[in-house]
Design a protein around this ligand. Structure first.
Ligand code: C6P
Length: 423
């Protein structure tokens, strides 16, 4: 049986995050914008400072003591991250600046080499722009076309006709493991199996899943898996592309420069081995080291425990929101099928007004299209408001959030509206 975080542990965890110990507009900060970026524990900040203060040097180049230490720590981070996602080898784990860069790497290197006029890329209607725009660009350059998996009214994917949607022309299926708007957790393994039956390659966007649940890339059966460090207690400008080794070996490099070469002659070049072939130039060394420490931190607490905690908080928030006939919640009600975030509208109040109102109470939520405009167009909305939770959030904070919504509803005179989607 998985234990929940108890009060004492939760208090200890909150103490690890300096940013949480402050007031905003005179009120204790309630940070519910974790899907945009998470806060960072002291040990991650300290690890990055330590690199700059004690062993700042470039990696894989110098043979002096500082350079050797920097290289060791950088590669140790790769090792930890490979273990964290159960990658079969460290060579298949490539440091990037985040999810966006990792997807662009695959788009430029793999897709442009392998796709041609008339080929199909299958997406879903819930993809983030990072898992949308690079594929539009591939289509512009190759003549490939985009198709999409439809949504059910509860915000889950309509998979009944998946076998028909994936055809012999489908070369790539690119799907998010968890939607940053609906919260929906998608059955990636099932989709990957269907795609592989037709010979398609599968890319999984793990930006919203890796920070919040145990992830095993081998069990998911995907060919590429991408995520960002800054959403999982790690630094900004850190992220990962995992790829199946054989596919990575066959791909041309994304960028040229130092580090990604074995030998350069007057007119040609021999590329380096994995993973360095895809890490041109001086990498984000402090960020990679910081991400390794973030992985240590999350592992120590336990990803299953974090998932359970978020399920509990999310269920509590969803139950409280049921008392508002003016509120529409988007995405599945069942917390087994959704991650730790709640996206909603309050009558016809503009979500930006709700976010500004919340800010006055020290509550940080996000409002807008959340970089998922096709999904919002599908929902017939310009914007939504989103509260997204993490391991350090509490039921008391949910109470503060709900009290703010009661005030907002009165202040803006919100009226009940039809619930087009959600529950
Ligand atoms: N979503 C949000 O507030 P980057 O910016 O590269 O670290 O991550 C992009 C990205 C890709 N996929 C999904 C599912 C995401 O949620 C994000 C980032 C943030 O929802 C910022 S727009």
């Amino acid at each position: 049986m998985i234990e929940l975080l108890d009060e004492v542990q939760l208090e200890e965890i909150r103490d690890d995050f300096p940013v949480l110990q402050q007031k905003v507009h005179g009120k204790p900060l309630v940070y519910f914008d974790n899907a945009a970026t998470s806060q960072k524990p002291r040990i991650v900040i300290d690890a990055m400072n330590d690199y700059y203060q004690r062993y700042n040097a470039n990696v894989h180049r110098g043979i002096h003591a500082l350079a050797e230490r920097a290289t060791r720590e950088y590669e140790l981070a790769r090792e930890k991250i490979a273990r964290f996602i159960n990658a079969p080898s460290q060579e298949s784990v490539i440091f990037t600046r985040g999810t966006t860069e990792a997807i662009n790497l695959v788009a430029y290197s793999w897709a442009q080499t392998n796709l041609k006029n008339g080929d199909e890329i299958l997406l879903t209607f819930m993809e983030h722009h990072s898992n949308t725009v690079p594929w539009y660009q591939v289509c512009e350059r190759t003549g490939a076309v985009i198709k999409r998996i439809e949504l059910n009214p509860d915000g889950t994917l309509r998979l009944d006709d998946l076998d028909k949607l994936i055809t012999e022309r489908t070369k790539l299926v690119a799907v998010t493991q968890q939607s940053n708007v609906l919260g929906t957790i998608n059955p990636v393994r099932l989709i990957a199996d269907a795609a592989h039956k037709k010979g398609a390659v599968v890319l999984v966007d793990g930006a919203q899943s890796v920070p919040h649940m145990p992830v095993d890339v081998q069990a998911l059966g995907c060919d590429f898996f991408v995520f960002s460090g800054h959403k999982m207690c790690g630094p900004t400008a850190s992220g990962i592309l995992y790829g199946r080794r054989a596919i990575l070996e066959a791909m041309p490099p994304f960028m040229g420069g130092g580090e990604m070469i074995k030998e350069v002659w007057f007119d040609h070049v021999k590329y380096n081995d994995l993973p360095y072939k895809f890490e041109a130039g001086t990498p984000n060394i402090a960020e990679a080291i910081g991400l390794g420490v973030a992985v240590d931190y999350l592992t120590r607490i336990g990803m299953e425990k974090i998932r359970q905690h978020e399920k509990e908080i999310t269920q509590y928030a969803l139950d409280c929101l049921k008392d508002f006939p003016e509120i529409t919640v988007y995405g599945p009600y069942d917390v087994e099928k959704r991650g730790g975030l709640v996206t909603f509208t309050l009558g016809d109040v503009h979500p930006h007004d709700i976010a500004t109102f919340a800010d006055q109470d020290g509550i940080a939520i996000r409002a807008g299209h959340h970089c998922a405009m096709p999904l919002h167009k599908k929902l017939g909305l310009a914007a939504t408001a989103r509260a997204s939770f993490y391991l350090y959030n509490t039921r008391d904070e949910v109470d503060t959030f709900i009290a703010m919504l009661h005030k907002a509803k009165k202040f803006f005179g919100a009226c009940p509206t039809g619930r087009a989607m959600g529950y």
